[in-house]
Write a protein that binds this ligand. Structure first.
Ligand SMILES: NC(=O)c1ccc[n+]([C@@H]2O[C@H](COP(=O)([O-])OP(=O)(O)OC[C@H]3O[C@@H](n4cnc5c(N)ncnc54)[C@H](OP(=O)(O)O)[C@@H]3O)[C@@H](O)[C@H]2O)c1
Length: 331
């Protein structure tokens, strides 16, 4: 029996969720064609929800979260992968309703596995992780819908978060003038180092007057928070502007009129990373490893072992952390 360590989240009698690092057996993992020895994972908002008992993300406990995993193939029944191959497995049902990347081994369908992008180490790949992939997908959608650097400023909301910070950095690298909106007034220097031309308080991009349209300021918006900030973004983009929407940390609600769409031709574009096809994954990851590779990405990364995850999860749920959290399964 091969034993390994995993973070296990269990429901307690008081309906709270306890985190423990426990020993598990490879033999108890679900069926799948590829067994992966996980070296690195990362912390995304969805992991924090799974680790705190959110039944919309994870139905049954005890459970091992971790929607991201990077490691070496340990055994494979698929012709596509051989033992020793360096691979990534991100999203699908990993870490939601199947044991995820916060365990030293995962077993998954071969269709979920991709080779680690050329030019990225396993650790570097998890610095981006699903947060970086979602940021790159958002920027790709903005550009694909016709937004160009010469069209004007692009707003990023939730800018110090995982998706937000990488969106700021990727947009800056792609030549855009980025305005970063954040609730953390002490993180302006961090956001400028990532490439933000301007940093604004999130209150400054939240309309509470209820007007149908505001002055058109942004050529595009990468929204990661939803709610009133997304509603305000729709009213504040210029004629023909584009807003991407991927998250709900502020609220899943969206109160809007049709005016931004019928008077300014604004587009609202949904971003979905979990189920997107392998061709999209490989194309977007190649950009993260290539044209959109962030030179100073290590500055926005905190590394923890399994035992250090609980503190980071608490901080993320309280909206206090910044940048990306990488999980080292061997530390
Ligand atoms: N659609 C998809 O496929 C997909 C993929 C990945 C992530 N997501 C979603 O995208 C969102 C961001 O994910 P993440 O991993 O980047 O999370 P994260 O690292 O926790 O970042 C969220 C950021 O939002 C801001 N924020 C927190 N609470 C807020 C509030 N009440 N009102 C306004 N802003 C608030 C904070 O930044 P500031 O302090 O700088 O404002 C925080 O750092 C989540 O909702 C996640 O589920 C979706």
């Amino acid at each position: 029996m091969t034993k390994f360590k995993a973070l296990v989240v269990s429901e307690t009698a008081e309906k709270r969720y306890a985190h423990e690092v426990l020993e598990r057996s490879v033999e108890d993992l679900p069926a799948g064609e590829v067994l992966i020895r996980v070296r690195y994972s990362s912390l995304n908002y969805k992991d924090a929800l799974s680790a705190s008992g959110n039944r919309g993300v994870t139905r049954r406990y005890p459970h091992t979260p971790g929607i991201d995993a990077a490691g070496e193939v340990a055994a494979s029944d698929s012709d596509r992968f051989r033992p020793g191959d360096k691979v990534l497995c991100c999203c699908y049902n990993l870490g939601m309703n199947l044991p995820g990347g916060y365990g030293q081994y995962i077993r998954v369908p071969a269709a979920w596995v991709m080779s680690c992008p050329e030019g990225l180490s396993l650790r570097e790949a998890m610095m981006y992780g699903t947060g970086g992939f979602t940021a790159a997908l958002s920027v790709e959608k903005l550009i694909g819908h016709g937004v160009k650097p010469e069209d004007g400023k692009v707003l990023v909301t939730g800018a110090t978060g995982g998706v937000g910070s990488l969106s700021v950095a990727i947009l800056a690298k792609a030549g855009f003038q980025v305005v970063a909106a954040s609730g953390k007034s002490d993180q302006a220097d961090f956001l400028r180092r990532l490439g933000a031309a301007e940093v604004v308080d999130r209150e400054a991009v939240t309309d509470r007057k209820g007007l149908a349209l505001l002055k058109g300021k942004w050529a595009g918006v990468v929204d990661t928070v939803g709610g009133e900030i997304l509603a305000t973004a729709l009213k504040s983009v210029k004629y023909g502007g584009v807003v991407t929407c991927c998250g709900n940390v502020a609220s899943p609600e969206l109160a809007t009129t049709v005016y931004p769409f019928i008077l300014r031709g604004v587009s609202l574009v949904g971003i979905e990373a979990a189920e997107c096809d392998m061709a999209t994954r490989e194309r977007v990851w190649a950009k993260l490893a290539g044209v959109w590779r962030i030179d100073g990405i290590a500055d926005m990364v905190t590394e923890v072992g399994l035992a250090g995850l609980s503190v980071q999860i608490e901080s993320m749920l309280a909206g206090r952390h910044r940048g990306r959290i990488v999980v080292n399964l061997d530390s």
